[in-house]
Design a protein around this ligand. Structure first.
Ligand code: ZN
Length: 494
């Protein structure tokens, strides 16, 4: 080969990749609506004469033969997800299931007009299509392309992929990371932990004449993996703290407590309704003092916290004291936040938990908690410790693994190759990291435990928002990085 993709001008590669991206942007592809884009991708491989499978979950699996003479080198999977998070800016008319994404190509960035861009993970798909089209311009072993569906809403495409597609592969390159220059080599798994308890109500005592509602708000919330170490306050924990504080001044009988939305979101608001013998002004003063205390401690991260108490009409029932104690005990006991940082890398969270939601109804109270860990062993530890804690506080508990961990493998050959190739092509060493959030490789690593995996990508900012933008100058270097890596692999034997 006298001219390889590695020597091509960056402009030429960028134009070629954006050509493919444009076609994707024209097809509406929010999660759970991938039929059209899946058909488009299937047709792409058929038209180029490759064997392609579209499974029942609309995943696409295509086989690309090795370059001549490279038939004995290991099989590598190139993988990306075809769905995207569709969000529009306020005032922008946008129907995600029927409207195309309108692209704006600037000098430095590619953006969308009023909506998310879908570079997560459309740029991964576009790059792989471009590499397949130009497969004769670099040497490679056998390649299998896997494009998954529904990554953004539960990784259902990846979960349902047949194991056989991973059995004969040695390497997998996932193109769904968001920063060029970083190589992701591990990700967190998580468990959905649900705690619940039957409730008993009584009529409020006439000796508790004051009825109040306390609202906690003004908090930042955010993703329970990525933001767990950024000093955000959990509104449900604040609620428990308020109740403990108020109890020092008199009696309270809880009528309702609710807060948070979901397992994986840090609760940004909560409400407490109760009857008490403490004067309303005293409760209001306690709230103001606590608000100030939080503002002092979290001045950099939560300056807008609000704790307000207002007088309401008498609730018709309040919790039996036993249930109230059990509930405040468990909320106090379960730590919500970082549990463990990496001993090797102090910026890296290895284990955390998020008390994501609490709900009370006529019969039960339910807590949703999401422990996360970057190794399966730590996840198991969580389940054991948490079920013990639930028992101690007289709660029932159940655990369901929603995602296993992708354990970091210090022996990874692929990581070694990738570091070498990256440093060779760029004038600096890449940063190798694990992330404290979920990635599809964790699922693939369980389908074939011997599979050697890395995750890489172009630089995409503000993903899942209308401000999503792609750094254009990272596209060609990223394509060359993948091609260089595949060339390197093709020089090795199975
Ligand atoms: Zn993604």
């Amino acid at each position: 080969m006298n001219e390889t993709i590695l020597t091509w001008a960056r402009e030429k590669i960028l134009d070629g990749v954006l050509e493919e991206f444009k076609k994707l942007a024209a097809i509406p592809r929010p999660s759970k609506h991938e039929e059209q884009v899946s058909n488009f991708l299937k047709k792409f491989f058929e038209e180029h004469g490759f064997e392609v499978v579209q499974d029942n979950f609309k995943n696409i699996i295509a086989e690309i033969p090795a370059s001549p003479g490279k038939e004995n080198s290991p099989l590598t999977i190139l993988q990306a997800h075809m769905d995207m998070v569709c969000v529009a800016a306020e005032g922008c008319e946008f129907n995600p299931t029927s409207d195309p994404i309108k692209l704006i190509r600037g000098e430095k960035f590619l953006e969308a007009q009023g909506t998310s861009l879908g570079a997560d993970d459309g740029i991964g798909i576009a790059e792989i299509l471009y590499l397949v089209k130009n497969r004769d311009a670099f040497s490679h072993g056998k390649l299998r392309v896997i494009f998954t569906t529904d990554e953004e809403e539960g990784m259902n495409g990846a979960n349902n992929l047949d194991k056989k597609f991973f059995a004969d592969a040695k390497y997998l390159v996932n193109c769904d990371s968001e920063k060029f220059g970083e190589i992701v080599a591990g990700s967190a798994g998580n468990v959905h932990a649900t705690f619940w308890r039957e409730l008993h109500y009584v009529r409020p005592d006439t000796k508790l004449p004051n009825n109040l509602e306390i609202k906690i708000g003004g908090l930042r919330g955010g993703h329970s993996g990525e933001e767990i170490s950024s000093g955000r306050i959990n509104a449900i924990k604040v609620a428990a703290q308020i109740m403990r504080q108020v109890t020092k001044y008199g009696k309270i009988r809880l009528s309702n407590l609710r807060g948070g939305k979901a397992f994986n979101v840090i609760p940004d608001s909560a409400e407490i309704i109760f009857a008490t013998d403490i004067k309303s002004e005293v409760v209001q003063k306690i709230c103001a003092e606590l608000e100030q205390k939080f503002k002092n401690v979290y001045s950099a991260t939560e300056p807008d916290i609000k704790i307000e108490a207002q007088i309401i009409k008498r609730p018709d029932k309040v919790l039996h004291l036993k249930d109230y104690d059990a509930l405040t005990n468990i909320i106090t006991l379960i730590h919500s936040g970082v549990y463990m940082m990496s001993p090797e890398n102090p910026a890296q969270v290895l284990a955390s938990a998020n008390l994501g939601a609490v709900r009370m109804d006529d019969e039960i109270v339910e807590l949703k908690i999401l422990p996360r860990a970057n190794s399966d062993e730590l996840l198991e530890e969580f389940i054991e410790g948490f079920s013990q804690a639930a028992r101690l506080c007289a709660f029932e508990s159940k655990f369901s693994t929603s995602l296993p961990a992708w354990n970091f493998n210090p022996e990874s050959k692929l990581l070694k190759f990738a570091k070498e190739i990256f440093a060779e092509q760029n004038s600096y060493a890449p940063e190798v990291k694990t992330i404290h959030a979920g990635l599809e490789p964790s699922i693939f690593s369980k389908k074939n435990p011997a599979l050697d995996i890395i995750s890489i990508g172009t630089t995409n900012e503000n993903i899942h928002s209308p401000n999503e933008r792609l750094h254009l100058d990272t596209v060609a270097p990223h394509v060359k990085f993948i091609a260089g890596l595949l060339e390197k692999i093709s020089d090795t034997e199975v």
